[in-house]
Design a protein around this ligand. Structure first.
Ligand SMILES: Cc1cc2nc3c(=O)[nH]c(=O)nc-3n(C[C@H](O)[C@H](O)[C@H](O)COP(=O)(O)OP(=O)(O)OC[C@H]3O[C@@H](n4cnc5c(N)ncnc54)[C@H](O)[C@@H]3O)c2cc1C
Length: 386
């Protein structure tokens, strides 16, 4: 009897606690957060105060050091509220602080990680450039070795939390000709009168997830000391990035599950109340089929995503599985948000009703953690090889 998908009592309790917090603090403001397109500092402080920003970090730095399944529960419950706020919080918990916790020396951890967990400093991860997104080997941001440190030159775009960031983990190449083998991570702080650093560039205005602020960061010949090189060896950046990709992909699946369920739960209310041809539209078979299909795909996505969370926790190799989980949950979510739009009829097309927000928020999932074309290309190759 080894196959067991039950959560522990602690995990169930944690889910309920996060759900209550999201219901109390985020749910009443969901539409406003989307409309205002501003970073919600009040919510940020509340979540930091509750300790959630330290979810995956060691207790000695102020973290909670929770297991991977609980971390995924948090990502799922949080995205059930505001997808934009979830993006900002998850950036801080996961990608924005991972390399600092993994490779930073004690001084860096005290100076950057501890305040990041308290919500006092905001972090980012910076891969994307104008000519390199999926193709990291095309990175042009250059790291040049100099006496006592490195000089960083380049521009990064599409950076979540970029416009409000205090520090960044930036991917830079020691030589663009080396492609993936030239890549490395560096800690670069924001420029101040006392310190060299990055400057925020243009802010982007997004289709969805609008309360997470996103923009460009500019590295203009920035000097960083040797200890800001985040790695054990030059040229191993892609390998280090691989250490977190499984988590990023399953986290994205969790966000997809949350958005899909939110969209279809709202659509259920609507379908039960909207009268057409003398009946609630939920009485019509073509409408019911949408819910049946969604339910089948949702349950499969949910179970598989949590299986992957369990595999990560138990250090079972699962690169392909995590890609499949991200792909399946995200495609399921695209189906759900599209069908929710149809169930609302013309009302879907105005901001007074929620399905357009779910639809806009969901589109982001297609890019983070690998675009579907890139994932499918890889998965297809692997499947055909076996
Ligand atoms: C809301 C949001 C937040 C983001 N936050 C961050 C962040 O914090 N930090 C960061 O570094 N980046 C961030 N990004 C950028 C994101 O990581 C990139 O969008 C993603 O890596 C894809 O790159 P791209 O947009 O340049 O698309 P491209 O790589 O240019 O792809 C364009 C199209 O070509 C397809 N394609 C590319 N290569 C192949 C191939 N080999 N085979 C088949 N098809 C292919 C893609 O699937 C896509 O359809 C964010 C993006 C969004 C939308």
């Amino acid at each position: 009897m080894a196959l067991d998908f039950t959560l522990t009592e602690e995990q169930e309790f944690f889910r309920q606690t996060v759900r209550d917090t999201v219901n109390r603090l985020i749910m009443p403001k969901v539409a406003e957060l989307d409309e205002k397109e501003e970073f919600p500092w009040d919510l940020w402080k509340e979540f930091a105060g509750l300790g959630y920003l330290g979810l995956r970090h060691e207790e000695k730095y102020g973290g909670m050091a929770m297991d991977k399944v609980s971390q995924m529960i948090f990502y799922e419950e949080l995205a059930r509220g505001s997808c934009g706020f979830a993006m900002s919080v998850i950036m801080q918990i996961l990608m924005g602080t991972f390399f600092i916790a993994r490779f930073g020396n004690e001084d860096i951890k005290q100076r950057i990680l501890v305040p990041a967990i308290k919500g006092e400093k905001i972090g980012t991860i910076c891969f994307t450039e104008d000519q390199s997104g999926s193709d990291l080997g095309g990175t042009r941001t250059l790291a040049t070795k100099v006496d006592g440190g490195w000089r960083i030159n380049g521009r990064k775009q599409w950076i979540t939390n970029g416009p409000i960031a205090d520090f960044s983990t930036v991917m830079a190449t020691v030589d663009p000709k080396l492609g993936l083998k030239g890549l490395n991570f560096f800690l670069v702080e924001k420029k101040t009168p006392e310190r060299d650093g990055f400057a925020p560039g243009q802010r982007l205005h997004k289709l969805g997830s609008r309360c997470s602020v996103t923009g460009e960061l500019v590295y203009d010949n920035v000097f960083v000391p040797d200890e800001n090189f985040l790695g054990a060896e030059v040229g191993k950046g892609v390998q280090y990035a691989g250490e977190i990709l499984n988590e990023v992909r399953v986290m994205t699946a969790m966000n997809a599950l949350a958005i899909a369920k939110g969209a279809m739960d709202d659509a259920k209310q609507y379908a039960n109340n909207r009268i057409a041809f003398g009946n609630p539209i939920s009485k019509y078979q073509l409408i019911r089929e949408k819910f049946a299909k969604f339910w089948a795909w949702y349950e499969a996505s949910w179970t598989y995503a949590y299986k992957c969370a369990w595999m990560i926790q138990n250090q079972v190799p699962c690169i392909n599985e995590c890609m499949l989980a991200k792909y399946h949950a995200t495609e399921m979510c695209m189906y759900a948000v599209e069908e929710a739009m149809r169930i609302y009829g013309g009302n879907a097309f105005c901001s007074e009703y929620p399905p357009q927000r779910y639809w806009r928020d969901a589109k982001f999932l297609l890019y983070g953690g690998g675009t579907h074309e890139v994932l499918c290309d890889y998965l297809g190759r692997i499947y055909l090889k076996d």
